[in-house]
Design a protein around this ligand. Structure first.
Ligand code: ADP
Ligand code: MG
Length: 513
C-alpha cells in the first residue's frame, strides 16, 4: 500500500495553481483582468482621500519575447502607499487594507497581486512600483512574489526626494503574456462603463496600436464616502463571533454585545438576553464552543435588531447616475431610481437603476443591460446574473407598452453592498438573492413606468403632429381649389387650423406643435 503524502500550500501557491477562478483563464482574459484590478485599486485609492481620480493606463507590446508580451502601466493620483507596506501590498497574497465592513471595490487582498503573480509566472519579470503618500519621499520597488512562502522578494529598492509641489499617487508596471486583439473590445467596453459609473473620474488608455482613448470627467463631485461599521448581528457566523470574543476586553456578555455590534443598543440587548435566557453578567471568555454556536444562531435569528444602516455604503445617487449615463450613452430619455437601503443575511445593500431610451442607445433587438457592483462594471457571464433574470424573465415589458425587440433601450443596474454576493471570485456576476432580486425588480418597474409615460406622451405628440400636417396640407389645397372653382377669393384657413389644433389634443400637444 502506498502512503499518501500530506503537505500545506501557501495562499500564493493556491492561487497560482487555480488562477482561472480569479479571472486569469487565458492571455486575453488576463490582460483584461489585470487592467481592471489595477484601475479598481486606483479608483479606491483616490476616493479614499476624497480626490476625483485621474487614472492613466498604457499597454505597450514588448518585443523582447518569443511570444506576445505587454508592458502594462497604471498611474493614479490616489492615496499612495506608505513605503514600508509596499512590498506586502504587492507581494503577499490576501494582504490588503480592505478587509473591513465598508464598501470598497477590492475585497480579498487579491486582485492586484494576482495580476502581478500572473505577470511573474508568464514573463519572470518583477513588478515595478513607484508610490508616495504625498510626504517628502517617493518609494520605488522592484518585487517578485515568493510563491511557496507567500512573501515579497525585494529585487530593488530606492527612495527619492519628493519635489514641490508634492506628488501623491502610485505607478505600477508589470510585464505579462497577453492577447490584445482578442481582449480589446472588452477592455474598451470596460473603460467606457467605468466612466459611466464614475463620472467624476478621468481615464485615459493608450492601446498597443498607439491609439489614445480618453474618458473625461463631467463633474468633480464625488459620491458621499462610506464609513466603516461594526458587524451586524444577523451577519456574524461562529468563527467571527469566536474571534470577537477572543479579542474583546469586555467582561460581561451584555457589554460585549453593546460594544461590538452594529445597531445593538442597551434595550435591544436586554430583550435579546431575556428571550434566549442568557446571563447578562456572564464573562464572554467563559463561553464554551457549543455555547458560542448557540449564541451565533440566536444573534442571526433575533428579529428585533434594527436593520444595518447604510452609512457603510457609497451609492452613486440618482443625479450622478444620470450624469454618467448621459455622458457615455447620450440617450434621448433617461431616468434613475435609488431604492431605500435593504439587507440580505445581515449585509446592507442599495440598488440603483437607470433606464435610458433612444439617442445614442443602439437598437439591437433586445434590451442592452449594463451591470455594476460597487461601481465596477461586470462584463462577463451576463445571462447568469440576477439583473439579466429580472430584465429578461421577470419584467413584463408589454405591460409598459415597451417592445424589447424594437425599442432602443438600456437598463443600468448598480448594486452596492459591503458584501456583493458574487457567485465566483472572478467578480463577474451576482447571485439571485431574493432580497436583491426584489429590489431590482421594484426599481426597474418604477423606471419602466416613467419611460412608458414618456413614450406615450411622445407617441401622442407624434400622432397629433401627423394629423395636423395632413389638415394643414389639405385644408389649404381645398381652400385654393374651391376659390378657383367658385371664382371667389381664397378664404383664410389659419383660424380653422388653430381650431383643429385645439380640438386634436391636450395642452402639452398644443405646446409642442
Ligand atoms: P484588494 O484591493 O482586494 O485589497 P490588492 O492586491 O488589489 O487587494 O491590493 C492590496 C492592497 O494594496 C490594497 O488593499 C491597498 O491597500 C493597496 N493598494 C493597491 N493598489 C493601490 C493603489 N493604486 N494606491 C494605493 N493603495 C493601493
Ligand atoms: Mg484590488
Amino acid at each position: 500500500m502506498s502512503r499518501q503524502e500530506f503537505r500545506e500550500i501557501s495562499p500564493s501557491e493556491f492561487f497560482y495553481r487555480h488562477r482561472e477562478i480569479v479571472g486569469f483563464t487565458n492571455p486575453a482574459r488576463a490582460v483584461y483582468t489585470s487592467i481592471r484590478e489595477f484601475v479598481e485599486n486606483s479608483l479606491d485609492a483616490a476616493e479614499s482621500i476624497g480626490v476625483p481620480p485621474d487614472i492613466h493606463v498604457s499597454l505597450i507590446r514588448d518585443e523582447g519575447f518569443e511570444f506576445e508580451v505587454y508592458r502594462l502601466r497604471v498611474e493614479d493620483n490616489g492615496s499612495g502607499i506608505p513605503g514600508e507596506y509596499i512590498p506586502y501590498a504587492f507581494g503577499k497574497i490576501l494582504y490588503g487594507s480592505k478587509h473591513t465592513l465598508k464598501q470598497m471595490r477590492g475585497i480579498f487582498g487579491l486582485g492586484g497581486k494576482m495580476a502581478i503573480l500572473y505577470g511573474q509566472i508568464t514573463t519572470n519579470r518583477p513588478v515595478h512600483i513607484i508610490s508616495s503618500i504625498g510626504d517628502r519621499y517617493i518609494y520605488e520597488y522592484r518585487l517578485l512574489i515568493d510563491i511557496e512562502k507567500n512573501n515579497p522578494i525585494i529585487v530593488e529598492r530606492n527612495v527619492h526626494r519628493n519635489g514641490s509641489p508634492r506628488w501623491r499617487g502610485t505607478i505600477i508596471e508589470i510585464f505579462l503574456e497577453g492577447d490584445y486583439q482578442r481582449s480589446s473590445i472588452k477592455i474598451i467596453e470596460y473603460f467606457k462603463e467605468t466612466a459611466m459609473a464614475n463620472p467624476y473620474a478621468e481615464l485615459t488608455f493608450i492601446d498597443p496600436y498607439g491609439i489614445l482613448y480618453t474618458f473625461m470627467r463631467s463633474t468633480r463631485r464625488l459620491p458621499a464616502s462610506s464609513r466603516e461599521v461594526k458587524p451586524h448581528p444577523h451577519g456574524v457566523d461562529v468563527e467571527t463571533l469566536r474571534k470577537m470574543i477572543n479579542s474583546t476586553n469586555c467582561k460581561t456578555l451584555r457589554e460585549f454585545l453593546i460594544e461590538n455590534f452594529h445597531r445593538v443598543g442597551e434595550a435591544t440587548t436586554d430583550k435579546f438576553l431575556k428571550k434566549y435566557s442568557l446571563d447578562p453578567a456572564r464573562d464572554p471568555a467563559s463561553l464554551t464552543p457549543s455555547e458560542i454556536v448557540d449564541l451565533a444562531y440566536a444573534l442571526k435569528n433575533f428579529d428585533e435588531f434594527l436593520p444595518p444602516d447604510p452609512s457603510c455604503l457609497s451609492p452613486l445617487g440618482e443625479e450622478l447616475l444620470v450624469e454618467g449615463v448621459k455622458k457615455e450613452l447620450n440617450p434621448e430619455f433617461v431616468t434613475a431610481i435609488q431604492r431605500k437601503p435593504s439587507t440580505y443575511s445581515g449585509y446592507p445593500f442599495i440598488v440603483e437603476v437607470a433606464l435610458a431610451y433612444g439617442g445614442g442607445i443602439p437598437q439591437t433587438g433586445r434590451i442592452t443591460l449594463y451591470r455594476f457592483a460597487n461601481k465596477i462594471p461586470l462584463l462577463y457571464d451576463e445571462s447568469s446574473d440576477v439583473s439579466w433574470k429580472v430584465v429578461n424573465q421577470i419584467i413584463d415589458w408589454k405591460h409598459y407598452k415597451i417592445d424589447p425587440a424594437k425599442d432602443p433601450i438600456a437598463v443600468i443596474v448598480h448594486i452596492c453592498s459591503t458584501r456583493i454576493p458574487y457567485r465566483t471570485l472572478g467578480k463577474e456576476f451576482i447571485a439571485d438573492r431574493p432580497e436583491i432580486e426584489a429590489e431590482i425588480t421594484r426599481a426597474i418597474r418604477i423606471a419602466a413606468r416613467r419611460l412608458s409615460e414618456y413614450l406615450s406622451h411622445k407617441r401622442r405628440v407624434e400622432k397629433a403632429r401627423e394629423y395636423f400636417s395632413i389638415y394643414e396640407k389639405y385644408l389649404r389645397k381645398i381652400a385654393r381649389f374651391s376659390s378657383m372653382l367658385t371664382g371667389m377669393s381664397e378664404p383664410d384657413v389659419s383660424r380653422l387650423l388653430r381650431r383643429v389644433k385645439k380640438w386634436r389634443g391636450s395642452k402639452d400637444i398644443e405646446g409642442s406643435l
